[in-house]
Design a protein around this ligand. Structure first.
Ligand code: G
Ligand code: G
Ligand code: MN
Ligand code: NA
Length: 250
C-alpha cells in the first residue's frame, strides 16, 4: 500500500513511467494510437499498478502534479510516432476539477509541439458528479484547444446517457466487463451493440477495451465498433518498444 511520503518521493525523483497500449481500427487492424498507462517504478525494479497508488494520490492532491507529468511525458512520446497516431491520457476527476487543468493541457501541447488533435483525454463518469454546468464548461474549454475527449469505462457508472446528451464526447470507451462475455452471452452482445449504435447515431467513435480473443474481435466487427484495445493485440509496452511494434503490424 502506497504512503504519502513514498509517493512524494517518487514524484520528486521521477520514479514514474508510462507504458503504451495500442488501439487498433477494427476494420483495417491498423494502429490508430496508444493509451498511456501510468506505472510506479519500485526500488526492486517492479512496476506498481495505478490501483495501488492513484486513490492516495487523489486523496492527497498529488494527482495534480503526477497528472501534469503524465500529460507532458505522453505528448513528448507521441511526437516521435508516425502519421496522425494519437495518444490517449487518463485524467482523474480530481485533476479535471482544477481550474488550472486547461492551462496544464495547453502548456503540455505547446511544450511538446504535438498537434492538439493527436491528444485524447480519457475522463470517467465520476467527473459528472459535480455541477454539470461547470463540467460541461470545462469540457468545452478543452475542446476549444482542439483536443479530443473520450468517456472511459462507459456503462460502469450511472446516468451515462444523460452525460452523452449534455456533452458531445469524441469517443466512447466500452468497459471490458461488457467485452469479456461478447462471444458467450447474448446480453453482453446486446449491450455492446447498443453502445456502438448510440455512438454511430451521435457521431462518436467506439473503442472496445480488454479484447482478448479473436471471437470477441469478430463480435465487435459484426456490430460496427470502430476501435479495439486489449491483450489480443498487445499488452502495454514501454515507449522504446513502440517502433518495433509498429513495424511488426505494418
Ligand atoms: O494500467 P492498468 O490497467 O492497471 O490501469 C488501471 C486503471 O488506472 C485504468 O482505469 C486507468 O484509467 C488508470 N490509469 C492508468 N494510467 C493513469 C494515469 O496516468 N492517470 C490516472 N488518473 N489514471 C490512470
Ligand atoms: O483506463 P482503463 O482503466 O480502462 O485502463 C485499461 C486497463 O486495462 C489497463 O490497466 C490495462 O493494463 C488493462 N488491460 C488492457 N487490455 C486488457 C485486456 O485485454 N484484458 C484485461 N483483463 N485487462 C486489460
Ligand atoms: Mn483509460
Ligand atoms: Na477504461
Amino acid at each position: 500500500r502506497a504512503t504519502e511520503i513514498a509517493l512524494r518521493d517518487a514524484l520528486e525523483h521521477r520514479n514514474f513511467t508510462l507504458l503504451y497500449q495500442p488501439l487498433l481500427d477494427v476494420g483495417t487492424l491498423r494502429v490508430s494510437g496508444f493509451e498511456a498507462l501510468l506505472r510506479w517504478r519500485q526500488p526492486d525494479g517492479t512496476l506498481s499498478l495505478p490501483a495501488t497508488f492513484i486513490p492516495l494520490a487523489e486523496e492527497t492532491g498529488l494527482i495534480v502534479q503526477i497528472g501534469d507529468w503524465v500529460l507532458r511525458e505522453a505528448c513528448r512520446a507521441a511526437l516521435a510516432w508516425p502519421g496522425q497516431m494519437s495518444v490517449a491520457v487518463n485524467v482523474s476527476s480530481v485533476q479535471f476539477r482544477q481550474p488550472r487543468f486547461v492551462d496544464q493541457v495547453r502548456d503540455a501541447l505547446a511544450e511538446s509541439g504535438l498537434a492538439p488533435s493527436r491528444l485524447e483525454l480519457e475522463v470517467t463518469e465520476t467527473i459528472m458528479l459535480q455541477d454539470s454546468a461547470v463540467v460541461v464548461a470545462q469540457l468545452n474549454r478543452l475542446r476549444a484547444l482542439g483536443v479530443r475527449i473520450a468517456m472511459d469505462d462507459f456503462g460502469t457508472g450511472y446516468s451515462s446517457l444523460s452525460y452523452l446528451r449534455s456533452f458531445p464526447f469524441d469517443t466512447i470507451k466500452i468497459d471490458r466487463s461488457f467485452v469479456r462475455d461478447l462471444d458467450a452471452r447474448g446480453d453482453a452482445r446486446a449491450i455492446v451493440g447498443a453502445i456502438v449504435g448510440l455512438g454511430q447515431s451521435l457521431g462518436m467513435r467506439t473503442t472496445a477495451e480488454g479484447v482478448e480473443t479473436e471471437a470477441e474481435l469478430a463480435g465487435l466487427r459484426r456490430v460496427g465498433c470502430t476501435d479495439a484495445q486489449g491483450f489480443l493485440f498487445s499488452h502495454p509496452i514501454p515507449p522504446e518498444d513502440v517502433p518495433d511494434f509498429l513495424a511488426s503490424t505494418a
